[in-house]
Design a protein. Structure first.
Length: 249
């Protein structure tokens, strides 16, 4: 995998988005993307369990590469674009655009377990946010989803909730992708791929990957929506019939 380099314009773009973040907004951002927020993220490995069982991910470097691919080219890319469009739609109070973004975020999943992963977390995220911090637009969207019997993509819910809190898009993207990386590292710890210290080394090495993914999402043409991580999707398919499993995906 080529080395990712973060340029000064990329860092300035992210920093500009972070300007004006209040203490209250920071508090909410940390709450919503904390491992303690009740969305069940700990139950999913995104195919990593199968990759570990097959020996494809077996140490710190192979784990770093696996997660980097997800962030830059897989679900991370899909979710970053979905979050971006949901954030913009919610900021404009455009429920139709929000609904379309949510539907696309659900549709572009390679396996049934990946749909389960994003939908279960999305529904838990939105319902918890609505209960803890009621918001008129989120209430209307939730009512629309319930009436139509539609599921919620986690990234779309995160984009809408952070937009309604006035949290800059760059901050929301960084928090979301860092949490995705941290959840995968946590799964790797429980699978015995790496220990605690190596897990933190992996997260440190993924910092430029997340920064690059955020910078790309902020400037990418919406027509570039999609992913290209066939090996990860094949692992997810195999996980559906794996005999012994710790995780739901």
């Amino acid at each position: 995998m080529p080395v990712l380099r973060i340029t000064m314009p990329m860092m300035k773009s992210i920093a500009t988005k972070a300007e004006g973040l209040s203490d209250g907004q920071l508090y909410r951002l940390l709450t919503w993307f904390s491992p303690g927020f009740p969305i069940g993220a700990f139950s999913y490995s995104h195919g990593l369990e199968t990759a570990a069982a097959g020996g494809r991910v077996h140490d710190r470097e192979t784990l770093r590469r696996w997660i980097a691919a997800i962030l830059a080219h897989g679900a991370g890319r899909i979710d970053a674009d979905t979050l971006r469009e949901a954030h913009r739609a919610a900021s404009a109070q455009d429920l139709e655009a929000l609904a379309a973004t949510n539907a696309r975020g659900l549709a572009f999943r390679g396996t049934s377990e990946m749909v389960l992963e994003t939908a279960a977390q999305g529904e838990a995220f939105l319902s918890t946010c609505r209960a803890a911090r009621p918001d008129p637009l989120l209430e209307r969207w939730g009512t629309m989803l319930g009436a139509a019997g539609e599921r919620v993509c986690h990234a779309a819910a995160a984009g809408a909730v952070t937009a309604r809190a006035g949290i800059p898009l760059g901050c929301a993207l960084t928090a979301y992708l860092q949490t995705m990386a941290a959840n995968l590292v946590s799964a790797a710890l429980r699978l015995g791929i790496v220990g605690q210290t190596d897990g933190q080394r992996v997260l440190a090495a993924l910092e430029p990957v997340v920064a690059s993914a955020v910078a790309s999402a902020l400037t990418r043409n919406p027509a570039g929506f999609g992913s290209a991580t066939l090996a990860i999707e094949l692992a997810s398919m195999a996980h559906e019939i794996q005999y012994s499993r710790l995780f739901r995906s």
